[in-house]
Write a protein that binds this ligand. Sequence first.
Ligand SMILES: NC(=O)c1ccc[n+]([C@@H]2O[C@H](COP(=O)([O-])OP(=O)(O)OC[C@H]3O[C@@H](n4cnc5c(N)ncnc54)[C@H](O)[C@@H]3O)[C@@H](O)[C@H]2O)c1
Length: 375
Amino acid sequence: MEEAKGSPSGSLSTVVLDVDDLTAVIADVGLDAFMDQLIEELGREIGAFDPARVEHQIRSGFNYDTPEHGLVEWMPTMVAGDVVSVKTVGYHPSNPEQRRLPSVLATTALYDTTTGSLTAICEATLLTALRTGAASAVVTNVSTGPGPLVLGVVGCGAQAVTQIHALSRVRTIDRLIVTDTNPNVARSLADRLPEGLPTPQVVDSSEFNKTVGWMDVICTCTSVPIGDGAVVDLSRARPGLHINAVGADFPGKTELPIDYLRAATVIPDVLDQCLIEGESQRLDRSELGPSMVDVLSGAAVPLVGAQTVFDSTGWSYEDLLAARLFRTHAVRLGLGTTVDLQRSPVDPYDPYESLRGTTAALRSTENSALARGFG
Ligand SMILES: NC(=O)c1ccc[n+]([C@@H]2O[C@H](COP(=O)([O-])OP(=O)(O)OC[C@H]3O[C@@H](n4cnc5c(N)ncnc54)[C@H](O)[C@@H]3O)[C@@H](O)[C@H]2O)c1
């Protein structure tokens, strides 16, 4: 997987794959095809997940209330003998309204496990949205029947776009009913969706709750504040409803009514992470259903017809797989900017090697700050 190993001469270049590179990849592959590849990749690799080969840790980080509520977290995964991936992600729900920035901002760093060198830094804001949509699509695919569906979406921000797009790649969406506490965001959703998708029917929260009984799938992807859930009334839910619960990813922040959650089959993406910050944080471990790995590997009994909830908190392995797909295409297309972030001295025992020519020159200059520093 990790093709950019340090060369015998000690070269340690890092490739930066930025927004323009991802744009170029998607322009070449096509947005639908890129999403399809991501769905296929996640379905295959997570279905074949082997903990002896892939080691991951639940995310950790800093959360704070100054100047406003936000967090910066890191999400590590290692494919043994190959690559370590660390996504760093910020979540600042006031960003869109206050700063015209996305709530979620992310980058992924890839490290080679032979040398420890940083081989790539990748844009991961769009990649996160794409992989979060793809994760919902693969679980929806095994939790619902094959027919067209009525999709409800609560929260019409950035993640809503990729949830709807990804689901449209595995099912025909007959009807799309959406709601958001910010009516401007709900109304603008139609302009942010790829072409060919049904026009969203924008309703207020109470109207949404009345129509829940028509829905086959619901995606909740809100920035609801801690303690303010539930974001939907599911008392009219039909027997086979599948929910992709995407927004709960912080202690105290949940989207679904607890009674519904207790009665449903809850599919955690990362069990220990879900118990801390997902919908599952209000459940006991014994109340959880099969994991995402179980349902994709076929280890779990079929779930079609049951009321299912995918507790999507975001898995660092998904980020590694998304970054790998991005980089594979970037390498094929010759994209990326190579930077020299790490020194590759001829003599690996000489950390001053790269300074030597410069300091020699500077030593003759009495006023040189660098020369004084070394004097
Ligand atoms: N599971 C994952 O892997 C994953 C990945 C990325 C983001 N997320 C989470 O998904 C959530 C949405 O992210 P985003 O990037 O779309 O944020 P965003 O800010 O772009 O959109 C969130 C929307 O939710 C709306 N909202 C807030 N409270 C609501 C409520 N009670 N009812 C209806 N709408 C409500 C807001 O008005 C906003 O339009 C965040 O909590 C984020 O942390 C999860």
